[in-house]
Ligand binder design. Structure first.
Ligand code: IPE
Ligand code: IPE
Ligand code: MG
Length: 250
């Protein structure tokens, strides 16, 4: 299924965002504030993911996309990187059955070639097992970078069309790692920073942006509802004027 792109057509806007994408930031600072090692923040962060997935299911959100590890996060100390990998493996081991029972489809996107074979197999199995679930599509972005995504899509598009030198947005979009999902309606970043950090660069073109100082481990149902309330107060114009929107409503 091909979704309408926000730059080539005006999408229908629903009261509840269909697709929420989150940069889960602030795990380390959450821990440091409590005089705990950074890892404690990541462990607590996994719990927050569980709560967030449940809340999204309850609210009828169809796509939840979480930035778990960026292509730049390899720059962290080796110890922290390997701990994050272990946490990822444990979370997959523990959660996939529950996800499947709750009709959740799991996708993991990013350059997975840098992960070890065991983790890659686990991901492939989890994706296969949950492929036909339809209540919520949970995407974990792991070793993901927005620029990596645009480049890998470009390379695939060119390879699929030998000799062609001009392409459309739609042709490129069809090769993006998340071509199976509509563009995010609502983007959330926790942890106080107000930047995109190489997340979904292409797809965030017309997303509503929401930043909160709350550290990810403290992100609760109430925090999610505040973000949704903020989203609902916005006027999504997609290039049109406010008057045009008002006319459409009457
Ligand atoms: C986000 O929390 C988790 C990952 C990037 C894996 P951080 O680890 O970035 O936490 P802060 O920003 O240092 O507080
Ligand atoms: C962004 O968080 C990536 C993830 C949440 C996985 P970072 O904490 O790595 O972002 P920067 O580098 O501070 O912008
Ligand atoms: Mg951070």
């Amino acid at each position: 299924m091909i979704f309408k792109s926000s730059t080539t057509a005006v999408p229908e806007v629903a009261a509840v965002p269909r697709h929420v994408a989150i940069i889960m930031d602030g795990n380390g600072r959450w821990a440091t504030k409590r005089l705990l090692p950074r890892v404690a923040g990541h462990v607590k962060g996994v719990e927050a993911v569980r709560g967030c997935v449940e809340s999204c299911v309850e609210r009828g959100i169809e796509y939840l996309t979480l930035f778990a590890f960026s292509s730049e996060n390899w720059r962290r100390p080796e110890e922290e990187v390997s701990l994050l990998m272990r946490l990822f493996v444990t979370a997959l081991e523990r959660e996939v059955s529950k996800m499947h029972a709750n009709d959740i489809r799991l996708k993991v996107v990013g350059d997975l070639s840098r992960f070890d074979v065991k983790l890659r197999d686990m991901i492939a199995n989890a994706e296969r097992r949950t492929a036909n679930n339809s209540r919520l599509t949970l995407t974990i972005c792991a070793n993901y970078g927005g620029r990596w995504d645009i480049m890998q899509a470009t390379n695939k598009m060119v390879a699929a069309n030998p000799g062609v030198t001009e392409f459309t947005e739609a042709q490129l979009a069809a090769h993006l790692a998340m071509a199976y999902a509509p563009e995010p309606d609502l983007f959330i970043r926790t942890g106080g920073e107000e930047r995109i950090s190489n997340f979904l660069l292409w797809q965030l073109a017309y997303s509503e942006l929401y930043f909160t100082d709350t550290f990810w481990p403290d992100f609760s149902i109430e925090s999610l509802d505040m973000a949704i309330a903020s989203y609902q107060s916005r006027e999504r114009r997609f290039g049109r004027t406010g008057d045009q929107l008002a006319e459409k409503k009457t």
